[in-house]
Design a protein around this ligand. Structure first.
Ligand code: GLY
Length: 311
């Protein structure tokens, strides 16, 4: 199987000032994940590595630079799923860890559970030797500005507003490795101005993340309450499984159905078990990139598909 690594950097209105940082960050993330696939690593390792890069990048709403809750704090959610055996790990409302996606993976590897929340997730992180950062370390100046702006206008229709460069975007990755194994990973700071303690779709298996070697791997982004009501990632996978749709059609049709019904927007990335790719969003923009062979494809506008050839 030809390995593929596909990432997104958030769906929403996305201000013009954020376009280039997101494209650059997505390409960097793809390179990190693809290097693992190229060296024979697993899809699971690759999606974790790709998401970690975006968690370090303040162009995205994950890890450092996450949006803030109404209390001015970063509370993060992440989930990761292995298509080999449907094993899944997730964390929600976790604070002061640099890479929630790696903590989610530890939940899969080291506990009998699928989701740890809040103080329990942080206690588990400390027990596993994951460093606890000093409070406030993940708060960026842009995020503070975005919260102030939110308090003025109270607009949460999209995950990323057009007017404010501090509203950034959930990140995610899906991959297929040389053995045909699939995996998906998603990480977020949530929605700007959320209530303290709010959990998102990103921590919920079937909503933010899903992977099954028999069908496909999906990661979603966008208005979390809407995505959760529609079980978006699972809906895309089941549409492929039972309606025999390819990744592109399933991703775009399910997103459109969700937005028609629930009147909020989202985006998703999908790789099928045969390596067929789906990228879709009902928001104005969504940044994405993938690498297959010596080509990196990327875009952020509707219909865009730029290509860099790696020599
Ligand atoms: N989709 C991410 C969130 O709503 O928090």
């Amino acid at each position: 199987m030809e390995p593929i690594l596909l990432v997104h950097g958030g769906a929403g209105d996305i201000p013009d000032s954020r376009i280039q940082p997101k494209i650059d960050g997505n390409k960097k993330s793809v390179e990190a994940g693809y290097a693992i696939l190229k060296n024979g690593g697993s899809a699971l390792e690759a999606v974790e590595a790709a998401v970690r890069v975006m968690e370090d990048d303040e162009a995205f709403n994950a890890g450092y630079g996450s949006v803030l809750n109404l209390g001015g704090e970063v509370e993060m959610d992440a989930s990761i799923m292995n298509g080999v055996d449907l094993s899944v790990g997730a964390v929600t409302v976790v604070k002061d860890v640099a890479h929630p996606i790696s903590l989610a993976r530890l939940v899969t590897d080291k506990t009998p559970h699928i989701l740890l929340a809040g103080a329990g997730a942080n206690k588990f992180a400390a027990e596993q030797g994951v460093p606890t950062l000093p409070p406030g370390s993940l708060v960026s100046p842009y995020a503070k500005q975005a919260l102030e702006e939110y308090k003025r206008r109270k607009d949460t229709r999209t995950e990323i507003g057009a007017r404010n460069p501090g509203e950034v975007g959930t990140v995610g990755a899906v991959a297929i490795d040389k053995n045909g194994n699939l995996a998906a990973a998603t990480s977020t700071g949530g929605i700007n101005g959320k209530m303290v303690g709010r959990s998102s779709d990103t921590s919920l298996v079937g909503c933010g993340t899903y992977a099954d070697n028999d069908v496909a791997a999906v990661s979603t982004t966008g208005h979390g309450e809407t995505i959760a009501k529609y079980c978006l990632a699972h809906a895309i996978v089941k549409s492929m499984q039972y309606e025999n749709k390819n990744a592109h059609d399933a991703t775009n049709q399910i997103l459109t159905q969700m937005t028609d019904k629930l009147k909020n927007t989202a985006g998703a990335i999908t790789i099928s078990k045969t390596g067929d790719i789906g990228i879709g969003f009902t928001s104005r923009r969504m940044s994405w990139a993938y690498r297959k062979g010596n080509e990196i494809h990327y875009g952020i506008e509707k219909g865009q598909d730029n290509v860099d050839i790696i020599s």
